[in-house]
Design a protein around this ligand. Sequence first.
Ligand SMILES: *Cc1c(COP(=O)(O)O)cnc(C)c1O
Length: 492
Amino acid sequence: MTEMKNSEGVQRYIDAAGKAAERKAKDIATIKKCKFDTIAVHGLYTMNEALNFNQGSLIEPIYMSTSQGYRDSDEMEAALSYQVPTWCYSRIGNPSMYYFENTMALLESYGMDGEASCCATSSGMAAIFSATEPFLAVDPQNPKQKINFVSTCQVYGGTFQQFAVRKMEEKGIECRWIINSNDMNEWESKIDENTRFIYGELPSNPGQAFFDLDAVIKMAHAHGIPVIIDNTVATPALMRPLARGADIVIQSVTKTLATSGFGIAGAVIARKNIVSRFGNDDMKKDFAMYLKTLPNRDNGQNISPMNAILTLNDMRTLRSKVDLYSRNTMAVATFLESHAKIEKVNYLGLESHPLHDLASQYMYLVDAQFDSQYGQEVNRYGHLMSFCVAGGAEKTRKMFDGMQRIWRATDLGRVKSVATIPAISTHSQQGEEGRKLADIPANLVRLCVGGEHPDDVIADLDQALACIDGKIQTQVPYEYSFGGASSGTINR
Ligand SMILES: *Cc1c(COP(=O)(O)O)cnc(C)c1O
């Protein structure tokens, strides 16, 4: 990257770094031959890595250090110009993050031709910000260009706010919402020469919207536009958009990947050599590494080493957990579908769902064909579902307040079952009109089924639904404790 010729001292370090690059390439090639579960368990943390660099530590160490020390000024110069492997400062990188990022990249690119890389972020929203902002920069050749991007309208509430308020209202960058993501003509009609990227969430949170990913990628690439997919709900255990040709995947790592619920984290995973008619060569060649070393270094939305390792630990058993949660959710969805007090159930796993067949072409439990229990490909649909309670918002709240086992919280992806009413929580800020656009009625409950036995979750829902006709006692607190950002007035 530097224009200057390196001094002899600096060059010595660069030569030594060549060996490290070779070792990494070898480690990647070796682990890539393994199955998904093995990659999730080991990633790039090899015995060699442990014995030579980490005092034999079996589990990846948590490097709670702000920064890295250097041997001399030559090494410092080589490192700070990114010419040798370095982590430098924990806003840029850190060994614990490195182990997490490599596992994440390997899992999202499982089954893909070629390699991906990952840049971990402090949250899923930070990942979405990181993945999209570089494409929205001013083009020096065309500074007056009226930039736009195209996105499905059924997206996570925070994503809706980031696009509609932060980008559109505050910066004048047009977000063109796709209302019916299964209408290819609508996609086509919203793209023009000022479109910088395509963004899609599937299955969507909470509505379970789903579109024909292959067709959208093909169309976007014909225009030279990159495709960014939020793969939070499916996780790489069920779907890997990069292997289908998508350019960039974002993850709210906070959710199913860190199912134990210890903290907030996100990730941007990108294939090498993304398709994009906008952007410089460095950005296109290795987008995640570009983010890590430049924009995210300057903007500062990095993950903490603690969260990186906690997540890494959770991810080791991702496949079997997603299988279990998916089966539990299927049982709960089937129960709800036949319940008289339920108006509608949105779960892609149900044959009654209009997008069931389409989703079934995409959502498979990875490696089920190698699993002694299955021995063939099996569809799984994840643990997010939603349903509408008959009789409107008030009855919905009564049922919701009656739950004894399922937690009321704006969370999902947990090992514990959690439910929320999106209209008064995750999707409250986007207003009535925004909710209509995203199809979030007031009687919609989002439910994420965890690892409990499904019979117990069903029993809780059954008694909660019985509460609709009864009287329930709400629990008003004796006194509140102040934990953080309550304000009462600010809502954007
Ligand atoms: C939660 C969520 C996000 C945002 O992630 P955070 O980690 O909460 O910032 C983005 N997309 C989807 C689908 C989500 O569920």
